[in-house]
Design a protein around this ligand. Sequence first.
Ligand code: BMA
Length: 332
Amino acid sequence: MPKVFPELKSSPIIKRYENNPILSRHDVPYEATLVYNAGVAKYEGKYVMIFRDDVRTAYGELKLKGIHLGLATSDDGIHWNVSPKPFLTQEQVQTEEIERFYDPRLTVIDGELYMCFAIDTKHGLRGGIGKIHDLDRLEILSMTVPDNRNMVLFPEKIGGMYARLERPMPIYSRGKDRFDTWFSASPDLKFWGESRLVLGVENVPFANDKVGPAAPPVKTEKGWLTTFHAVDIDYSRGKNGWEEKWQKRYTAGIMLLDKEDPSKIIGMYKEPLLSPETEYEVDEGIRQNVIFPGGMILEDSGEVKIYYGAADTVECVAMAHVDDLLKLCLEK
Ligand code: BMA
C-alpha cells in the first residue's frame, strides 16, 4: 500500500466545463453550506438534479446542523434553477430511527423517476430506493440492512429484473475499509437478491481502500457504461482541509459491463477517468482531493455529461464523447 499518493492524472479525453462549479451554496435560496454529490437525470423534457445540501454552523465549520436534499432543473444541463424550497429537509425524514438522507442518485425507468440514497439511522447506514412523484413527493420502496450504500439503479430491466450496483461495507470479513462493488437484482425494486461481486479493490490499480458505484450506468451498443469511485489513502498526510486528518483521495474510474449480465466487467480503464487536479477539487472546500460522480447523461450527439461533487463542497460537470469512453474501457 503506498504511503504517499502516487501521481494520478485525468484522462485527456474528458474536459471539465470551463465555468465549473455549476452549482454551489451561492445558488441556493435557503440555508446551504455545502452543495454537492447530486443525482441528475433527463426527465419529462428537462434535466433534473437532486443535490445534497449540508448545513454547517458556518462555512469552514465542521459541525453539521442538518442535511437536506435540494431540487434544481435545467434546459441545457449546465445552467440550473434551484427550487425555492428543498425537496426534502432533514426534519421531514427524521423519525425515532432515521437521522438523515443524503447522496441522491436519480434513474428514470419506464418514464418514472427513482432515487437511491444513503440513510443514516441509529442502527447503521442503509441504502434506500424510492419513487419520486411529481418532483414533489418521495415514496420509499425499500431499505437495505446496514451497512450498504452508494446504490444506483440501471435504467431498464435486464433479463426481466430490475438491477442495481451497490457498495456494502464488510468490516470484519475484509478488514476495515476494503469495500467493493456488488450487483443485485429484483423483480419489483423491493426484494433484492442474486447478489454478485462486480469489482474488488484489488482490481483497480489506483485504489487501495474502496471502490463503489458512482453515477447510474448508461446503455451503449457495447454494454453498460458506468463510472465508479475509487479511494486511495496517503498515510503520511496530516491535517488539511477542515479536518484533523483527511488522508483519502477520491477519483472516478470508468468501466463497461456486459449488456445481458451487468455483474460481468468487459472492459475497464486502468487509470482514473477523473483525478483531482483543479483548485476546486484539490484545495478549496471542506475536503481535499475529492471527485465523486453522481450523474451521467448520454446525449443523442454522443456527448456524455458526467456530474460530480468536488471537494465535498460544490457540484461540477465534465464532458467526453461516448466513443472515446468506450475506447478507454476496451483498450488493452
Ligand atoms: C463518502 C461520502 C461521500 C463523500 C466522500 C468523500 O463517505 O460521504 O458523499 O463524497 O465520503 O468525503
